[in-house]
Design a protein around this ligand. Structure first.
Ligand SMILES: Cc1cc2nc3c(=O)[nH]c(=O)nc-3n(C[C@H](O)[C@H](O)[C@H](O)COP(=O)(O)O)c2cc1C
Length: 181
C-alpha cells in the first residue's frame, strides 16, 4: 500500500452530527455541530466557535442538549448550521420540551442527551465544553428488547470533512470481542 501525507487534516471523520440546544436569554436556540465526542464514560465534548450565538446560553446556564440527527429530520437540522441566532431567531425552529435538568430537547429527535457543563477548555477560538450526561431521552420505538438503543433501528447521520457531505450508519460489521471465534 502506498500512502501519502495529507498534512494536518481532520481525518477522524465521519462522525455523528448533533443539534445542540440551549436556552439563550430565556428562549431555546439550536446549533448544528459535528465536532462532538465521548470523554470518559460519563461525559461528552462539544467544540463550538466562541463567536456562535449559542455559546452565550451554554456559558450562562451551564445546560445543553445533544440531539442526535437522523435522516427523518436532517433537512431541518442542516438549517441550524447555516443560520445564526445572532441574526435570526431560531427559537421556533423545532417543537421542543424542557428537559428535567433545564436543557431544551427537540421533540422529533429520537435520541437526546441532557447535559451540564463541567469544564470549558478554550482552544483556538473554540469553547470545548466538557459536559456531564444527566439524562438520555430515547424514543421507545428504537429500543431493543433489553431497553437499549438499537442501531439497527436508529441510524444516526454522519458528517465528514472535507466534502461536507452527510452519510447514514449502515450494516453491522461484527460483534465486539467475538471477531476471532
Ligand atoms: C454539518 C455542519 C457541522 C458543523 N459543526 C460545527 C461544529 O462542530 N462546531 C462549530 O462551532 N460550528 C459548527 N458548524 C457551524 C454552525 O452550526 C453554524 O455556524 C451556526 O450557524 C452557528 O449558529 P449560532 O450562531 O446560532 O450558534 C457546523 C455546520 C454544519 C453545516
Amino acid at each position: 500500500m502506498t500512502k501519502k501525507n495529507l498534512g494536518a487534516v481532520l481525518a477522524l471523520y465521519p462522525s455523528p452530527v448533533v443539534v445542540i440546544g440551549a436556552m439563550v436569554d430565556g428562549k431555546p436556540s439550536w446549533t448544528l455541530a459535528a465536532h462532538a465526542g465521548t470523554v470518559a464514560h460519563s461525559h461528552l465534548m462539544i467544540s463550538l466557535v466562541q463567536a456562535h450565538y449559542i455559546n452565550k446560553g451554554i456559558r450562562e446556564t451551564g445546560k445543553l442538549s445533544f440531539n442526535v440527527v437522523d435522516e427523518s429530520w436532517l433537512k431541518e437540522a442542516d438549517r441550524m448550521g447555516t443560520i445564526s441566532g445572532l441574526k435570526t431567531d431560531k427559537s421556533d425552529a423545532f417543537a421542543w420540551t424542557m428537559g428535567e435538568h433545564g436543557a431544551p430537547i427537540i421533540d422529533c429527535a429520537k435520541v437526546s442527551l441532557e447535559c451540564e457543563v463541567d469544564q470549558n477548555i478554550e482552544l483556538e477560538h473554540f469553547d470545548n465544553f466538557i459536559c456531564r450526561i444527566l439524562a438520555t431521552w430515547a424514543a421507545e420505538d428504537i429500543l431493543n428488547e433489553q431497553g437499549k438503543i438499537s442501531y439497527d433501528l436508529f441510524k444516526p447521520v454522519l458528517f465528514e470533512f472535507p466534502t461536507y457531505e452527510y452519510y447514514v450508519t449502515g450494516e453491522k460489521a461484527g460483534t465486539c470481542g467475538k471477531m476471532n471465534q
